[in-house]
Write a protein that binds this ligand. Structure first.
Ligand code: PEP
Ligand code: MN
Length: 337
């Protein structure tokens, strides 16, 4: 249930509604827009409907929300959310580019990638320190050493860093070094992890599970926001289909659909969606055209030598070309880089 307060409703009137909800054991989540405050009531539907909410002082209207997700819905927060990550922003007019290697491999590699990303105009550096690999025999990441190298690359370039968290026991460790936590496709429905990172305020990039529906992704985001962390960015990274020509199938339709039903920013990861560096530029431009808030792409000083995902990693000159293509396209779509 969404309780829309009248323009200029007083703090006491808002508090009055919140107290009523608390008195029957319901949660009250506030969304304060420029003019309106909306209160999201979450709890026992029947008990909530017994409160005469519509006649409480300062209340304009009461809207039942039929969708299973509430706090991430557009009804609850009509304006788009803008998430700040260091000096970068996701969710505004700007098209934000996150770039870097799949995995942090060495100081030389990650610092070179960070410098090239910065020089070409990227806004955020990515790099995995804890890698969720299909095979236990594949490179698993450098762990804390990798986090330290990311922090070093940030110090050198000024780029904020995003890195994956794979274990609920790593929350303190990863938040100590990262500017944004990434929840990977394999952990999108790791509900304990989602709950835990909802209790802290570092921004979170939540990647769509490879077999998850859009609604399941929004429900996963709801776990994080419900815990109190509103800084969530969604990421479409391709889903499993019968097609084998690409690693996954990029679902670009998810972008305008999510934009219509949720206030959260959403970006596209064409690297993991396709597994093919040759088509990453085309899909990045497609992502901008359908209204994504940015992209995340993998790049590496020497993709052929990469310990992870070399076939989908751009080299530095390919990444520069991609940035030039996006910069040319942006004004036509009313975006800036
Ligand atoms: C990644 O971005 O490093 C990654 C492992 O991607 P995904 O979780 O989408 O497979
Ligand atoms: Mn990768």
């Amino acid at each position: 249930m969404m309780i829309v307060m009248k323009d200029g409703a007083t703090e006491e009137q808002v508090e009055g509604v919140v107290e009523k909800l608390h008195s029957i054991g319901a949660e009250a989540h506030l969304s304060r827009g420029e003019f309106k405050t909306i209160i999201g009531a979450v709890g026992d539907r029947e008990k909530i409907s017994e409160i005469p909410l519509a006649v409480l002082s300062g209340v304009e209207s009461v809207i039942p929300v039929m969708k299973p997700f509430k706090l991430v819905s557009r009804e609850f927060h009509p304006e788009g959310t803008v998430v700040k990550v260091g000096g970068a922003e996701l969710g505004g007019k700007k098209f934000t580019v996150i770039a870097g290697p799949c995995a942090v491999e060495s100081e030389e590699q990650v610092v070179a990638a960070a410098k090239a990303a910065k020089a070409a105009g990227a806004h955020i550096l990515r790099g995995g320190a804890f890698k969720p690999r299909t095979s236990p025999y594949s490179f698993q990441g450098l762990g804390e050493e990798g986090l330290k190298l990311l922090a070093l690359a940030r110090d050198i370039t000024g780029l904020p860093v995003v890195t994956e968290i794979v274990d609920v026991r790593h929350v303190d460790l990863v938040t100590e070094y990262a500017d944004m936590l990434q929840v990977g496709a394999r952990n999108m429905q790791n509900f304990l992890l989602l709950r835990e990172i909802g209790l802290q305020q570092k921004p979170v990039m939540l990647k769509r599970g490879m077999s998850s529906t859009i609604e399941e992704m929004l429900m996963a985001a709801e776990y994080i926001v419900r815990g109190g962390n509103k800084n969530v960015v969604l990421c479409e990274r391709g889903i499993r289909t019968f097609e084998t020509a690409t690693r996954n199938t990029l679902d670009l339709s998810a972008i305008p659909l999510v934009k219509g039903t949720s206030h959260l920013p959403i970006i596209v990861d064409p690297s993991h969606a396709t597994g093919k560096r040759e088509i990453i530029a085309a899909l990045s431009m497609g992502a901008m055209a359908v209204g994504a808030d940015g992209i995340m792409v993998e790049m590496h000083p020497d993709p052929r030598a990469a310990l992870c995902d070399g076939a989908q990693s751009l080299d530095f000159s390919q990444f520069e070309n991609l940035m030039a293509d996006l910069t040319n396209l942006a004004p036509t779509l009313g975006r800036t880089l």
